[in-house]
Design a protein around this ligand. Structure first.
Ligand SMILES: [Zn+2]
Length: 301
């Protein structure tokens, strides 16, 4: 099914079917948030929590129709459920709403690997310098690019891929409203970025990181349709707001363990007191700290 054909009606139909059918082969999730079995295309199945929420709404409507006096209690229950759904969407590491990779696989962790990932690029002033530092240390990483920025600087994205890094999807527009999009808008935005990045690199992204890690109930079915896996992170340094390289490095390194996914930004990087992008100050220290711990930086695969 093409992205533009994936309508609100299709998603609602799936959710309704799910809410009315008692246990439909629930997916199992590995510790790292990756799906154990794997689903493709139309095989999307909601998480147990989403199924429970759908049933709660369906039963609530039926109960309110049969016993009008219970409306207050039912309304309160549904409102509480909505608060939990919204909270799960606002918490980037949550797996309640769907598949979400917050760590590398146990096999990668056993090999002592940690992932370096960069968001919000490409940035013509910063990304080439980030690539230089990575080359200097012989390190490969994942770059979650914003589609419209990739179109504005295709040569940087092409160079990123040519140097052996992974180019992944970070939405097309990076809208603050991404977490409020319906199925159609999500599918359209993500698909547009897929097309742009594939056209530039010749390789279709397999991972998506939601803008600011915020999402909603509709993202999981859309990603399943587009054969994308949602990735968040294990630790981040807040390098878009903090201008102290030492503090950012410490946040990333303190408690660092094999299997961690680290989040940095080549786009939107805060400048330090000397006006330099903090990511360029942090990166060499971070790579050296990773090596000192006997760990190996890798892209997310
Ligand atoms: Zn971002």
């Amino acid at each position: 099914m093409r992205a533009h054909q994936f309508s609100n009606r299709a998603a609602l139909s799936i959710l309704l079917k799910t809410s009315l059918s008692i246990p439909v082969g629930c997916r199992s999730y590995a510790v790292d948030g990756r799906e154990a079995g794997g689903t493709k295309g139309s095989d999307w199945l909601p998480t147990q929590f989403v199924q429970f929420s759908c049933r709660l709404h369906a039963l609530g409507i039926a109960a309110a129709a049969c016993v009008p006096d219970s409306l207050t209690y039912i309304g309160a229950l549904i409102a509480l459920n909505q608060v939990i759904v919204s909270g799960a969407g606002m918490y980037p590491k949550s797996t309640l709403l769907g598949n979400n990779m917050v760590r590398l696989s146990p096999a990668a962790a056993a090999r002592g690997e940690v992932a370096l990932s960069f968001d919000d690029g490409p940035d013509p002033a910063v990304t080439p310098k980030v690539l230089q530092v990575l080359d200097q240390y012989g390190v490969k990483a994942s770059f979650f690019c914003i589609g419209k920025r990739a179109i504005a600087c295709p040569e940087i994205v092409a160079e990123t891929a040519a140097r052996g890094h992974r180019v992944e999807n970070h939405s097309f527009s990076h809208s603050h409203a991404f977490g409020f999009y319906g199925v159609k808008s999500l599918a359209s935005d993500i698909h547009r970025s897929q097309e742009a990045l594939e056209k530039i690199t010749g390789c279709r992204p397999s991972l998506l990181r939601a803008p600011a890690g915020i999402r909603n109930l509709w993202l999981d079915p859309v990603l399943t349709q587009l054969d994308l896996t949602l990735v968040s992170w294990t630790r981040r340094g807040f390098d878009t707001v903090c201008r102290q390289p030492q503090t950012i490095t410490q946040r990333l390194v303190q408690g660092l363990a094999a299997g961690d996914i680290l989040l940095l930004h080549d786009g939107s990087s805060r400048r330090d007191v000397h006006g330099r992008p903090v990511v360029l100050e942090v990166l060499p220290r971070l790579i050296e700290a990773i090596a000192a711990k006997g760990l190996t930086p890798v892209p997310i695969v």
